[in-house]
Structure formats: C-alpha cells, structure tokens
Unconditional design. Structure first.
Lengths: 273, 760
C-alpha cells in the first residue's frame, strides 16, 4: 500500500523533537524504528501530516547498569536489548522477551521506546516492563518526568505521554531471580494470542499479560493470591479475573481467558518460588 | 552417462540470486502511466452512481473511467455450462458482487497520484443482502444474478441409489469443509501495455498461460489475436491463480489503446488478497461403508463448490475432484454429486492441486474415520483396500483410467522410513501417562491427476552459427525450473552443453502456440515436445553433415557426448553443431538449423505416494507442532531429482499451511477478515521441520520418457496427512474429526466437547 502524502522532518536532539511536537500538535507522529507506525500509514489507518524522525537523535541508544536498576535508552533496538550482557545478567526476562519480538528484521529496526510508546496491548515488551515494575522517563517542554509503568498504559494505543512529550528512557529494576516469558502464537513472527511475563523474587511476584485487554495488564488477582500464600495452581486459576480480553480471528475472549490461566500456571512453575 | 536423472543445478538461479529477476513492475517503460482501481467496499450492492469529477481534477490524473465508460468485455466464459448472465464485466456496472471488485479506474502519471485520486471517487451503493456461505447460496433466497434465476453455476449428478450401502456392516458419514485459501504468490498481479507503431498491442503480464492471455485480451477488446503480442517476463509464482486472466489486467490493454500511452498496473498485497482468485472452498459430505474386517465397499461424495462471485476455473474444480474421488482404493461402488454456486466473495480459481487435494482430503479423512469406527489401524485399512500393482491400467468407478502404480510399496516404504511401530509405541506411552503433549501420527496415501485436461504442447530447438542453441516451448514457467529441465532434454539429445542452451518461453511472437504451465503438465507435454524437436534436429543435422562430408546419412555418426557428427570410422571428419549451423545459414535450401514438434499425450498421468506426518498437540492450549513429514512420492521417471524435491518441498509447505494455518474468512456481511499477511497466516520456515523425502519411479506408458508431474503432489499428499495426524493425537480423548485449519481454539473446543469437561 502507498501511504497518504506526508511531510518528513528529521530531528537530531530530543529538544528539537519536543519543539516539533509543540509546534505541530496532533498533526505530527514520531518515527523511531517504524515497525508500528509505518504499517498503519501504509494501510492509511494513520495519516499524520508530518512524520518527525527521531531515529538519528544521538545518545538515546544505551543499556546502563545503575546498580539496583538498569536504564535503557528509548531508541535501543530490540536486538540490542536481546544481546545486552547487562540485561542478560540483571534482567534476563527483558532480554529474552526482546528475542521473541516479531522476526529478525523487526528486532533490528524496532526500538523499545517505540514499542512502549505505541501502547499496543498485543506487543510483548509493554507487559514485560509492567511485570518488572519499570519506570518510563518522558521529556517535554518542562523537562523530564518519571511515569511508573503501571500508570503509563491508559487505553488502546494510548499512554500517559502528554502531547508534547517524548519517551526517552526505560528503567527496570534488577530482577535476576526466577522469571518466565510465555508467548502463545501460531507462527513465530506473530503477535502473541496471549502472552505472560512473570518475575518472582523474595516472595513477591510480578505477573503481566499480553493481549488480554485494551492495554497491557497485570494479573492482579493472581499476584494478590500469591502474596497471600496461594498455590501456583490456585493463583493461576485467577489469571483472567476481572479482565475483558478481546475477540479476534485467533481467539474468543473465553479461549483467551483459558490460555491466560494455563500460561500463567506454566510461567509461575517455570519461574519457581 | 546420460544427464537425465541427474541432480543438475538450476541454471535460473545465478540470476535470481544475484542481479534479480525482471518482473512486470521492473520493465523499463518510458512515459508509462499508472492505474489504480477503485474497489467495492461492500460485498453485494446496486451501484446507484459513480462520481468521477473530483478524481479527474486531482493532481497528476490523466483519465478516470467507470464501468459505463467501457466498451470492452465481458471476460470470456471460463466455466462451460455456466449461465451466460454470470460473465464478468471488466469494471462493475449496475451491481457489485464482492468486496474488492473494481468499479472505476484512475490513470495518473504516478502510482501515488493514482492511489490518492482513487480515494476521491465517490460511489453510491445501495446494499443488498450478501450471500456468503455456499450452502446459503444453494438455498437461493438471494440471487447474485437475478437474470440467471439461480445461484447454481453447474451441477454434476450421477444419481443416487437407495440401496447404495446395502451389504455394508458399517457406514460412516462426515461433513468436511475444505476451506477457502489464498494462493499468495510472492509476486502479486501486474500487467502493462503499449500500442506499437504498427498498431499492435504489446501486453506484458504476470501469467502462467501467455497464449490464453493473448486470446482473452483479443476477445475482450474485439481485436484479432494477431494484433496482440503477449510477453511474460519472470513470474514470481502463480500456484494456479495466474492461469486465467483478470479484468484488472485486461483493462490495462484497453487503457493503452484508449489513451495512446503505455500503461502499467501493479497491485498491492492488500489488493491481491481480494482480487487474485482464491482456492479450494468446498463443502463435502462423505459417506463410506464396508465390512468390519476393514474392506471398503461403497463411497459417496457430495460436494458444494463455492465459485465466488463470478464463475471461473473454480467452478470446475469438482470435475477433478470426481476424477480421483476414490483415490488409491479399489472400491466397488462410488457415487458423486457436485453443485457449484456463486457467492458474494472473491472468485475461486485453481490453486496448487485444483480439485485434487479436495478429493484426497475427503477420502483420506473418510478412510481414517472408517478405521477409527472399526478400531483398526489406519495403515492396515489402507493396505486392505489399495489398488494392487497388477490391476493397472485401472478403471475407477467414476470412469478414470489410472496408468501405472504400486501404492502398497510406497505405503510400506513411508511407514518404514517413519518408524511407524515405534511411533505408535511412543503414542501409547504418552496416552498412558496422560501427557499434556500428545503424539499424533497421520497417514495419507494418494493418487493424483497430472496433465488432466486434453491438449498438447509445442517445442522447438534451433542451433545458431555461434554454437548456442535456443529452445522454445509453449509452457510458461514461474519457478519450476523449466530452463534447466528443458535444456537437459535438449542437451541429452544433441550433445550440446546445458550452458550453451537458452530456453525461452512466454512470448507469443516467438512461440506460435502453447497451453502454458498448470496442472503439473509441463514436462510431460512441453518437455516431450522439446525432446522430440531435438531428436528431429539431430536427424536434420545428420543429413546436412552427410552432404558436407559427402557420405550417406546412414553412415554419419552422431556423438551425443561431444555434440559432433562424423563419418563412421573417420572421427577426424567431425563437424560440430556450430559448423553445421554456419553451413546451414549459407545454404539457401537450409537457412536455419531448427526443428519443432507438437506432442499430445494420449491422456493424463497419475502420480502417487504415501505421506506420514507426526505432530505434537498440546491438549491444554490446542497448539500443534509439526514434528516430522515423511514423504514417498512417485512421479514416474525423474528427470532431475533436485527440481522434483524443490516442487515437493514447496507443495508440502503449502499443504501444511492449509492443514494448520491458512483460511480466508469473511464475516456474515461478506467483509473479508484476512485481507493482509498480518491477518492471513502465511506459513514460514520456522513452523516447518526438515522434510524426509524419498522417491520411487514407476514410469507411465503415456509418454516416451515415462514421466509424470510432481508440481502438486505436496499439497495433495501432505495436507490430509497433517489433518489426520492432528485428529489422531486427540482420538483417545474422543475426537473423531476436525476441519482444517487446526486452529488452537478449534482443538480446545473439540477436546472440551469430547471429554465433557470445562476448562480448568
């Protein structure tokens, strides 16, 4: 497909990007790796008047060991997340989940910031950052602010980013304990029909679900049951509690709920105590 | 040693792997205009008005046309017996009949300008009830073509006998949906046209059949065939869907004449998913009856074929389904009925196998259902009923004459290669321990029809004074490797080197007649024609050499290892092909060193084989993992095992895809739900294990080389083996049938329904 006509602007600093967004408002979309935006534009489901390319903004691709947490630049590509020695050691769940995104072409172009800012409930990394209890750093005209992952995803393809803000960094706590990422799909390159990201450390558990609602969601009932000492099987049985999973060609809401229960059980078993 | 039967590397590949192929989209056509079609967004509606004004004023637009502006068409009838009222216009006029049907065409100086302007065309639709399911079409409450008075396109009914199953101790029945799939060639449709100085139209098109494309353009535009010159550049796959012509292609030729400028159309993938024909789309009722010892006595198949919105090749698929309805089995009695209907969906065309995978899927499921009902091993039930090797030529109860075969040998070989007994033991162990991941073993023993329609093929070989040779053929390859295969045939007969032979196809000025490439026919028609032309050329060369050497032709020896001619006993007198071609060029009575041949075989050939597939099914999630595909295929004598294996590989992949993944789906209003490759699950390498392939060679008597076709055996043999394997994995839970594709939710539901439990 051929996208509708648009203006292309390239910026080299976050400040320029913020300025462009301030000037253009809703007419502009940020372009990073392009793997969420461009398909929508080619199908003419998105028709931004201006595409502001932040792909060459310097200093936004990094993985930094900060002791009890890891800071990841928003333009870090999935492949670089996957192979980062720091992440493999400190947050193996995130490194592994990045290796499961799309296919090699997607992983070499797509960025962690783009994936999170797109806010797609079917994407892998939002649920992972949610399970980890990460923090997102946004930069706007007034400077930087931190947004907890739990408050970031506000609706279908909607986030807590203000119109003039750019996501610049993702921070995740070091989580070297038990973890599991269960991605259920029909083909390796597909979005998950249902996915589960789980971390367990020192008796606390983070469990988040892919494609189980209009946003990436935590399996709160499961987490609370585990916190009050329930068995894995009993906690997993609550995985879809209070959720409203979508219907599509691959699964009914009922089947999604069933998959969530099975996959959360498997995830918790794999993650261990 | 003859080159025939050797694993000769594909001569096509250096180009494909380096500089790339040249498709219609790549042609250098200075000044060419681009076409974008305005397509119906509704499945069934009356067209109240089409407003082209805004589009005409859009930047870069040269012309805009709606159906009423077009003085050409309709498309020629492709389905004999179909009501004349069902012929398809080039652009829809008063009524649209499927989502994606072209309603208007925008011609502009760039593709982007054409696409933008197409959005400015305003069409007023008055929606009509959509007929989506073929069984609903049969009921005939809403008609696509009121003037035809029916949705029925064609019916084949050979009668039903009340006492048909008398004498049967067991009768098993099943409704089976052989789902609609999208062929998805990597190169989408494309056409270009230019009017030449002499008034002829040159028409480039991505097709499997250039001569019929020429005839279609001539018929639609009211031209003489000689006024149309079709050129087929490289074609990136067709799978049957590029046999026939499409209105969007033909209309490009009309535009080029109307506008007096070259015009090109290349569709997008999203358009291709709607506009390129779909395949399969049968609803089948099977009934099989027999004795408790596993002997099958009677088989009945009743098909409703969905032709889509306009009857095309798809309307005829049941003809092929019937030809091989009883498969590899000796069954005394068979009954067949088919009814083809139109629906408000994309037209159905041929797709790799075209009616034969549907036949195999039906009988192979039926045999498994029969075996399961009796509690017998499906391998044993097959053995008991196979047509024995001494029964050939074998006439089936539907009147088809199978040429040659040894079905038992291939089944036994496949079971041995698979380690069948050990697989059954592992399956039993997993069942006993109640494992989450159960093992399924699926069998398919198949026979198929290649070169199923009457007709022959033309071939020519010419040696030039340069020493190079040109082979021409009426077949039209799109991935099969004909340049290699046909060069092998000519090289073997003449002694020329393969690298000195250029194989050219797909140009109707160079090739006077041709049927094209479809139905696994090319080697056994075009290949034989080329071979015979080469043999004739050798005799011509022998006569010329005799003149030059002043010897009797019978005394001239042709050395096929060096490609030279000499007088017997005097090797020093040898004349090379180049010398002979040069001599011919100088002699008025010769001129060229060229020979041609037409070969029409006495009938189709019937390849066969046995496939064993192993899957693991996760009984909690419904996930199917394909573990092994063990295939034994027999396509007669093998010209080049490398090419044959390539065909089998691709066919198995597409068979697996139909069994596990692919299905074109519509909602109740006829809106397509799988109109791009994100929603339509095209199979990828990750889902496929390495295939375990073997070949046996049982020659056919129906051509001099003993060859049959191998292009479609993969979709015919592998598809039901995968489907049977999935059902087999769940059989102990009470599941007896699952339609394709084996979607996880479908499996989960079947397991739940059978075990009577709800989800944990």
């Amino acid at each position: 497909m051929i996208p509708a006509a648009f203006e292309y602007r390239r910026v080299h600093t976050v400040e320029d990007a913020v300025a462009q967004l301030g000037e253009l408002g809703d007419d502009a979309k940020l372009l990073a790796g392009g793997h969420s935006l461009l398909p929508l534009m080619r199908l003419r489901l998105a028709t931004p008047a201006v595409v502001v390319d932040i792909g060459r903004v310097e200093g936004l691709s990094y993985v930094r060991d900060e002791g009890d947490q890891v800071a990841i630049g928003a333009l870090t590509r999935h492949r670089d997340v996957e192979i980062s020695p720091v992440l493999r050691e400190m947050v193996p769940l995130l490194a592994h989940a990045a290796s499961q995104v799309g296919d090699p072409q997607v992983r070499h172009r797509g960025t962690i910031g783009g994936s999170l800012a797109h806010g797609d409930p079917a994407s892998d990394l939002p649920a992972v950052v949610l399970a980890l209890g990460g923090t997102l750093v946004a930069q706007g005209p007034g400077g930087r602010r931190e947004i907890p992952a739990g408050e970031f995803f506000t609706g279908f393809l909607e986030t807590a980013l203000e119109p003039g803000e750019v996501l610049v960094e993702v921070r995740v706590p070091a989580s070297p304990g038990g973890w599991s990422f269960q991605k259920f799909n029909r083909r390796a390159q597909d979005w998950a029909i249902v996915g589960v990201a789980a971390v367990r450390r020192n008796g606390s558990s983070g469990v988040a679900l892919v494609n189980m609602g209009s946003t990436p969601v935590r399996a709160r009932a499961t987490e609370e049951a585990l916190a009050s000492g329930a068995s894995v099987a009993d906690a997993a049985a609550l995985a879809a509690e209070g959720l409203d999973p979508p219907a599509d060609l691959n699964a009914s809401p009922e089947f999604r709920a069933h998959l969530a229960r099975v996959l959360v059980r498997r995830a918790l078993e794999e993650a261990g105590g | 040693m003859s080159i025939l039967g050797q694993r000769v590397l594909r001569t096509e590949d250096p180009k494909f792997l380096t500089s790339g192929a040249s498709y219609v989209a790549d042609l250098d056509l200075p000044g060419a205009l681009s076409v974008a079609y305005v397509r119906s967004p509704v499945a069934h509606a009356l067209v109240r008005s089409v407003d082209l004004d805004a589009a005409r004023r859009a930047p870069g637009v040269v012309a805009v046309f709606a159906g009423a502006d077009v003085d050409a068409g309709p498309m020629p009838a492709e389905a004999p017996g179909a009501p004349a009222a069902m012929r398809r216009p080039l652009l829809a006029r008063e009524r649209v009949r499927f989502v994606g049907e072209p309603v208007a065409a925008v011609v502009a100086t760039s593709r982007a300008a054409a696409v933008d302007a197409a959005e400015a065309v305003v069409v007023d639709y008055e929606p009509l009830p959509a007929v989506v399911e073929p069984e609903a079409a049969l009921a005939g409450e809403d008609l696509l073509f009121p003037e035809a008075g029916t949705n029925l396109v064609v019916e084949m009914d050979f009668g039903r006998t009340d006492a048909f199953f008398d004498g049967c101790e067991v009768v098993v029945r099943q409704r089976i949906v052989n789902q609609r799939v999208a062929p998805c060639p990597l190169e989408v449709r494309a056409a270009a046209a230019r009017v030449q100085a002499d008034g002829r139209v040159t028409y480039w098109v991505s097709t499997q059949a250039p001569h019929s494309a020429r005839d279609t353009v001539a018929a639609c535009l009211g031209l003489d065939k000689a006024e149309v010159h079709v050129v087929t550049p490289d074609v990136g796959g067709g799978f049957g869907a590029k046999i026939g012509s499409y209105p969007e292609e033909v209309f490009v030729a009309w535009l080029a004449r109307r506008l007096g400028r070259p015009v090109r159309w290349v569709e997008t993938r999203s358009e291709s998913m709607l506009g390129l024909g779909h395949g399969r789309a049968q609803v089948q009722e099977v009934e099989v009856g027999g004795r408790r010892d596993g002997t099958i006595l009677a088989y009945r198949l009743d098909v409703v074929q969905d032709a889509g919105a306009y009857p095309s090749v798809g309307a005829l698929l049941p003809f092929f389904t019937r030809m091989m309805a009883t498969g590899v089995y000796r069954i005394e009695r068979a009954e067949f009925r088919s009814r083809t209907v139109v629906t408000n969906t994309t037209p159905v065309v041929a797709y790799r196998g075209a009616g034969r995978p549907e036949a195999t899927a039906a009988i192979e499921r039926a045999v498994d259902l029969f075996a399961a009902e009796l509690g017998l091993d499906p391998a044993e039930v097959r053995r008991r009923n196979l047509v024995p090797p001494d029964a050939f030529p074998y006439t089936t109860p539907t009147g088809t004459v199978y040429d040659s075969g040894d079905y038992r040998r291939d089944l036994d070989l496949a079971l041995e290669r698979a380690g069948y007994a050990a697989l059954r033991a592992e399956q039993a162990a997993r069942r006993a321990e109640g494992a989450t991941r159960q093992l399924g073993i699926g069998l398919s023993t198949y026979v198929e029809v290649t070169n199923g329609l009457p007709g022959g093929e033309w071939g020519s070989v010419e040696v030039l004074p340069s020493g190079r040779a040109t082979v021409l053929a009426g077949t039209s390859p799109h991935g099969q490797g004909h340049a290699t295969a046909f060069a092998m045939l000519a090289a073997d007969a003449t002694g020329l080197a393969i690298e000195d032979i250029d194989v050219r196809t797909g140009d109707t000025d160079l090739v006077p007649r041709g049927g094209g490439t479809m139905g696994s026919r090319s080697l056994q028609t075009g290949g034989i024609a080329v071979r015979q032309a080469a043999e004739t050329l050798v005799e011509q060369a022998r006569r010329l050499a005799a003149e030059l050497l002043e010897a009797a032709p019978d005394d001239v020896v042709h050395d096929a290892s060096t490609g030279s001619f000499s007088v017997a006993g005097s090797p020093t007198t040898a004349r090379s092909w180049a010398e002979l071609a040069a001599a011919a060029a100088e002699r008025a009575d010769w001129g060229r060193l060229q020979a041609e041949a037409d070969f029409t075989p006495p009938g189709p050939t019937f390849p066969f084989g046995a496939h064993v597939v192993v899957v693991e099914v996760d009984t909690e999630t419904g996930q199917v993992q394909l573990r092994r595909v063990v295939a034994v295929d027999d396509a007669g004598a093998l010209l080049n095992p490398l090419l044959a294996e390539g065909q089998v590989h691709g066919g198995i992949a597409q068979g697996v895809a139909q069994a596990l993944l692919e299905e074109v789906r519509y909602d109740a209003e006829g809106n397509p739900l799988t109109a791009n490759l994100a929603d339509y699950p095209f199979v990828s390498a990750t889902e496929l294990p390495s295939f375990e392939l073997s070949h046996t060679e049982t020659p056919t008597p129906r051509n001099p080389l003993g060859v049959k076709g191998i292009g479609e055996s993969g979709t015919i043999g592998a598809t039901p083996a995968v489907q049977n394997a999935v059902v087999d994995a769940l059989a102990h839970l009470g599941v007896r049938h699952l339609d394709m594709p084996a979607r996880p939710e479908r499996i989960w539901e079947a397991v739940r329904a059978s075990s009577g439990t709800t989800s944990r």
